[in-house]
Unconditional design. Structure first.
Lengths: 276, 276
DNA sequence: AGAATTGTCCCACTATTTGGCACCAAACAA
DNA sequence: TTGTTTGGTGCCAAATAGTGGGACAATTCT
């Protein structure tokens, strides 16, 4: 901060818009300014004057940072034309995408979700036509679910699976549905709705951003699920909240939906996703 | 610099080696250190001790920067586990990919290429089954080529086109070849080799990283071309050097190949590409 | 339980960054 | 062309922002 602790109220008033909200007393002004500069360029401001204005830094300081960032490849410079995000950022972005450990990232979020709902929370990914359970937090209602991390399940009969399907082209839905529902339904076992109805459901789920499972995978168990996306806006995982029917009346599911979706989006953001 | 005034001449000598070449970067130590830190994490070093060691910064300083970077989303922190590249980097990486103006980036490189070869240089991208000429630098040999920026040409009969095809799955080659070579060859007009031979050629081009055009598009004109890739390792453009046959004997083409390829790779690097 | 690593403070010192200014080069407008 | 604006580069005295040592608590490993 430019402001000294001895400054008068009048001066403080004049400081106004410059650095508005964030007065986080960190000890890395130059670094933070540099990062702000990057984001400024990302926002499309490529001229020195505009950047200096946006950051509230004088021309010389701005130029100093700009040339350092260019030298390091974080910005690309077209003399007398402007600045653009540089190749290094692309590389780091790719690396970031690779080294992201989904489970560790998601853990705090699903823990929070488990905490507020009291139900069992799952995290899963798609792996050749099936759901693969990556993580699970048992509910606090005493009842235990059969699911285990490392387990596999059909896509079309589980909440997680349906959430994962929301990210696929609708053309693939039917094949996956067929995969889950063999020609001869095992007597007495639950199963998803027949194709036309199923398609209708998925279409609705896409619109609302979360999916339901009404005892289709296991009798007496209902769940609500939502897809997790990465920086490329691809669905890479899904989160679900599951519980026994008595704890999961229809109206609670509709309340839970947006909450699960919000959790999924929070994870997505940690994966580099940004809202459309 | 971190070095105290008490350092010996010997240490000074080692310091010079350490950051030799970068005599320029002054006035932004904190920023540069922060960026170095990012690259350190990108390199897979996620523990505080390792990072501090790699950067040569004391623990307290390292931690200070780390927490700032985490606060800004450039790093992701899993307490007592380590640091990873953060979501912000993914976002910036995506933005960088978008806002990259291929032509402006490539210009200096193809100018250099035109300069050293004296021939006409082209830059082009693929656009639904055709080459689209984005930029052209006329040769200095007096002869003028018909090509114009903004023009479209078949993929399979041009050097640029073949270079672009090198990045496609071989399964698509035949269709594109057929698209270029209609059933009835227009009498007297040049055309690419027939399919089996053509396929053989492309396979060889893939291996060597650059392609040739032997008067297949225009009689009397030969060219050498190489593909340009972006940060995702996808072929997004191609560069070619073209000239009249007398200036393009076979042996010159083999000399030119690696040069054109090098230029294409230089552009690729500016687009965030890194060697395999 | 002990050892090793990490997260979090604090604080005096000074090296690092600041920002004003001045000059030149390019770009743009007329 | 000329005049005007914006961009690139360098210098330098001033002081702020950053440094790094150290002490302590929390956490994980073994």
């Amino acid at each position: 901060m430019v402001v000294k602790q001895t400054m008068s109220a009048a001066m403080a008033a004049m400081e106004q818009e410059a650095d508005a909200g964030k007065t986080q007393g960190t000890g890395t002004q130059t670094l933070l300014r540099g990062l702000a500069l990057l984001e400024c360029v990302a926002a499309g401001i490529g001229d020195v004057k505009g950047i200096a204005a946006r950051l509230g830094t004088p021309r010389s300081t701005t130029n100093r940072m700009l040339s350092s960032l260019v030298a390091e490849g974080y910005l690309h410079h077209i003399p007398y034309k402007g600045y653009l995000l540089g190749p290094k950022l692309i590389q780091l972005g790719m690396k970031a995408l690779e080294q992201r450990p989904l489970v560790a990232i998601a853990r705090p979020h699903i823990e929070a979700l488990a905490e507020t709902t009291g139900d069992t929370v799952h995290l899963g990914v798609e792996e050749n036509g099936e759901v693969f359970y990556l993580d699970k937090i048992p509910g606090t209602r005493g009842l235990e679910m059969r699911s285990r991390t490392g387990q596999r399940m059909p896509l079309a009969s589980t909440g997680l699976g349906k959430a994962l399907m929301l990210g696929m082209p609708p053309a693939r839905w039917q094949a996956l549905h067929a995969l889950t529902c063999p020609a001869e339904p095992p007597a007495g076992r639950p199963r998803p709705a027949d194709w036309p109805v199923f398609q209708e459901q998925l279409t609705r789920y896409v619109a609302q951003g979360w999916a339901m499972d009404l005892e289709e995978n296991e009798l007496g168990i209902r769940c609500v699920a939502a897809p997790v996306r990465d920086g490329r806006n691809l669905v890479v995982a899904a989160v679900s909240v599951a519980s026994a029917v008595p704890y999961m009346p229809e109206d609670r599911m509709t309340t839970l939906g947006p909450l699960v979706r919000a959790t999924a989006e929070a994870i997505s953001k940690d994966l580099g996703w940004t809202a459309p």
